[in-house]
Every structure is written in C-alpha cells, then in structure tokens.
Design a protein around this ligand. Structure first.
Ligand SMILES: *Cc1c(COP(=O)(O)O)cnc(C)c1O
Length: 392
C-alpha cells in the first residue's frame, strides 16, 4: 500500500456513485456563447447574470488599473499599506448599498469566513437556514458558538428557536438572500422582525441578489426596503458584477473591527487592482442605468414561462434562476449530456448539492442572451425533454 493510495479509493468511490465531476474547459472569455473542446455552445450555466464578465467597459477599467496600480497588491493591506483603488471601491459599495461603510475581500467565501467567526464566540448562538451556502456553513464551522439550523425559510421554527435561546445575550441570524439552486428568496422582512423582537443581529449573504434584486441591482435589502435594519450584508463581485472579490457592508464600527481583526483581511493579500477596477466599473454601469437588470429579468421571465408552457417543472424560483426539475440524478446527467450534443451547455445539479430525488438542470439566462438565444434554448430543452420522456 502506498501512502497516497487512499486517494485512488476515494476517487474510485466518486466514480462508482456517479459523483465524479468532469470539468469542461472553456477556450476564451465567459460569454453567452462559449467554445468548449472546439465546439460552440450556448452558455446557460454561468452566474455572469448581467454579461459583465467580458464587458468592454470592465475590460477597459481593468487595463487602466494595471497601468496605474500594477498587477499585484504586494502584500496584505495591514502590512504593505492599502492601495487607494480598494478604498474607492469600498466607498462606492457603501454608497451603492446605502450603508455607513464597507470592506472588500478577495472573494465572497472569504467575506463569510472573515465575518462570522469574528463576531461570534463560544458564549453566543447563531441561527442558520438549512440551505445556506457552503461558505456560510464553513464560516459557522470556524466559530465555537452554539448553532441552531432552522428548516428552510421556516419562520415559525426560527421564532421558536429564538424563544428557546432568548437568554443568550448575543445572537446572529444568517441567511442567503437568494438561494442559488432554487432561486427562492429569504423571507427577510419576517427575519428582521423576529430579530428586532429578540434583539438578534441579522446577516444576509446577497451573492445572488446583487445586480439582480432591488433598484438597479442594489440587492435584497433594497428590494425589501430594509435599509438600516440588516446588520451585515455580504456578497460577491464574481457573479452579476462580472469581476472577482467579496465584500461586507454595514455600520462603521462593524467594518472597523473587521479591518482590525478579520483573519482573511490580516493574513491574505488584497484582490488585484484589475479585479477592483472591474468591480467599480460594474457599479458605475448600474448607477447609470437599470437596463442590464431589466434585461436579465425579461430574459429569465420569458425562458421560464416558455418552459412551463411546454410542461416543464421550473420549481419555486422567484428570480431569473431557472431550475428545470428532473428528479433522479441519472435523468439530469443524461439531459445535460444531450443538451451539450445539441450545442447547449447547462450542467446537471444533483446530490449532494441538492437533495436526493431533486436533481435538476440549473438554467441561467443572462442579460447578454439574445431573443434568438432564448428561442434556441427553449427549442433544445423541448426536443431533449420529449426524447427523454420528461415532457409529452
Ligand atoms: C458564490 C457564493 C459565494 C462565494 O462567492 P465567491 O466570490 O465566488 O467566493 C458566497 N455565498 C454565496 C451565497 C454564493 O452563492
């Protein structure tokens, strides 16, 4: 037995269970059509919601930032100093979100790993939705706080748990804003009311809400008009914003403690000037016009309505995210494979990412898709759906 043989066994196990993931290689930029292994395919699986990932304006801003600030940040900000472009981004996020302050991170994952363990110690209790994103789960795992996992969007259960733990002074409720695999929203107004009643803090991870919900994509807090009532907003620039990085927005003192003590801030270098410039350019575009956001919704609505018309089950989505529910993992994999043969790139999502028996294709239209693209996608879904007996 070699000392790394256990790895082969694990990999063989994944293959046996049908969980082995073969990652496709995209030649070139992430756009609505991409080239994979020499084949042009319509891209329905990116989170590049607004088509910003290869937008001319973001590209120009990134190039200019390289001219002005160079390629790398040099070291962690607390040691090497912070470049003014990061400060500018943070001011712009806070303005865009309507909070006192904001701090940028290298990713949305880091934003969660930075914030949750910093705020919560072993005397404290946190309440987390069972379907929260893995990066929230990992942030929670880094704390010694007591954890209460409440059933998905179940406010009666949350109220009951808060009541049970009401004597613990420091409480934090954490939720995704938009749940990415189903496209449903956190009941944030109800969460905020409960939080106010029980004097708990609220944190929302708005990774799939920014650029999608609210005025010009200001996110879920704006969508529900809860400004000033959500303690911590976190999110990512790698989805609708088309660039890379994460952020936390909230009160001046929250941001100050993160700057002083958050480990991903202290022990990992800042994101690159080019990434940061891309984020600022995305905010520029959205502050100027809500056109990209409206286009995203129009495309999502059209696609969803058409699929439903043909008899597909598109789940409970309240956003442009369109889960095409297929049941067993085998069906979903076969569906995705046939779509690809027909020039549509849409990955199957199965257990453990979603519950068993709820495998699906998560179809994601963007603002960059044309009417022709939409009709081609619908046509192809219908063709494959009939062939596999998913619809009649
Ligand atoms: C994608 C995602 C993240 C991670 O963002 P990155 O910037 O890619 O690290 C965090 N939270 C949620 C809810 C996400 O969907």
């Amino acid at each position: 037995m070699g000392k790394q043989d256990f790895i082969d066994q694990t990999l063989a196990g994944l293959r046996e269970k049908g969980l082995y993931n073969t990652i496709r290689t995209i030649e070139g930029a992430n756009e609505s059509w991409v080239t994979i292994e020499g084949k042009r395919v319509l891209n329905l699986c990116s989170n590049n919601y607004l088509g910003f990932a290869n937008d001319e304006r973001l590209r120009a801003a990134a190039k200019k930032a390289i001219e002005d600030y160079g390629v790398g940040p040099g070291a962690v900000r607390s040691i090497a100093g912070t470049q003014s472009i990061h400060i500018e981004l943070e001011r712009r996020i806070a303005e865009f979100k309507g909070t006192e302050a904001a701090l940028s991170f290298q990713s949305g994952l880091y934003a969660n790993l930075a914030t949750i363990p910093l705020l919560m110690g072993k005397e404290d209790v946190l309440f987390t939705d069972e379907l929260n994103h893995a990066s929230i789960i990992d942030g929670v795992r880094l704390t010694k706080a007591q954890r209460v996992i409440f059933p998905h969007r179940d406010m009666a259960a949350l109220a009951e748990k808060l009541e049970e733990h009401k004597d613990i002074p420091k409480k934090l409720i954490i939720t995704d804003g938009v749940f990415s695999m189903d496209g449903d929203l956190a009941p944030l107004p109800a969460i905020v009311e409960l939080a106010e009643k029980f004097d708990a803090m609220v944190m929302v991870d708005d990774a799939h809400g920014e650029g999608v919900l609210g005025r010009s994509g200001r996110g879920i807090v704006d969508h529900f008009n809860l400004h000033g009532r959500v303690d911590i907003e976190g999110g990512t620039f790698s989805k609708a914003f088309g660039s890379m990085g994460g952020y936390v927005a909230g009160s001046e003192r929250l941001i100050e403690i993160l700057r002083q003590q958050a480990r991903p801030f202290l022990f990992s270098s800042a994101s690159t000037p080019a990434d940061v410039a891309g984020c600022i350019a995305a905010i520029d575009i959205l502050e100027e016009s809500d056109e990209p956001v409206r286009k995203l919704w129009a495309n999502g609505d059209y696609f969803k309505a058409k699929l439903q018309e043909f008899g597909f089950d598109t789940g409970e989505s309240e956003t442009p995210i369109t889960p095409v529910m297929l049941g067993e993992a085998d069906t979903a994999w076969a569906f995705s494979k046939r779509l690809f043969e027909e020039d549509v790139f849409a990955t199957a999502i199965a257990f453990p990412t979603v519950p068993r028996g709820k495998a699906r294709i998560r179809a994601m239209l963007s603002a960059a898709h044309t009417q022709e693209d939409l009709d081609f996608s619908v046509e192809t879904f219908v063709k494959v759906g009939r062939e596999l007996g998913v619809i009649s």
